[in-house]
Design a protein around this ligand. Structure first.
Ligand code: ADP
Ligand code: MG
Length: 137
């Protein structure tokens, strides 16, 4: 994927996720970097909408891992509340990397040692209240 930068308003974040969903395939791992409230989960909601998932999409902040049977299977992981890599390994996180799911990880820093190198990285930054910058790496 080419490196590119976009600055967008709130409603466009979901739309960007929807468009992005058309470019990803099973087996892709997507890492979402950005502070609290950056728009990571909002972007994931757009991805699932784009993959025709009609039901509610919630943040895995507390569940840690949410699975969705959309057009493709999507595993949505949030590392914010569990910063011990050993805990992730003990719950079998690496098994997900070896399956043909789309994996999306919020706060991926903690898992970097075990995430495959070819993951797609997206950095989301606050510009102002309703504007965010997306950097695709
Ligand atoms: P994260 O998962 O990164 O913590 P969320 O997607 O849960 O962030 O929340 C983003 C918050 O920021 C929401 O309350 C949303 O309404 C607000 N927001 C304002 N502008 C934007 C934007 N351009 N893109 C995404 N979210 C935005
Ligand atoms: Mg979130």
């Amino acid at each position: 994927m080419n490196k590119r930068k976009v600055t967008i308003d709130y409603l466009d974040t979901q739309k960007l996720g929807e468009n992005f969903s058309k470019k990803i395939k099973s087996g892709d791992i997507i890492l979402l970097y950005g502070d609290l409230g950056a728009g990571k989960t909002t972007f994931v909601k757009g991805i699932l909408k784009g993959l025709q998932f009609a039901n509610e999409v919630t943040s895995p902040t507390f569940s840690l891992i949410n699975e969705y049977n959309a057009d493709k299977k999507v595993i949505h992981i949030d590392c914010y509340r569990e910063k011990e890599i050993e805990r992730w390994i003990s719950i079998g996180i690496e098994d997900y990397f070896n399956q043909s799911n789309i994996i999306i990880i919020e706060w991926p820093e903690i898992l970097e040692a075990i995430i495959p190198d070819n993951a797609i990285k997206i950095k989301i930054s606050h510009i102002d209240t309703n504007k965010r910058e997306f950097l695709f790496i």
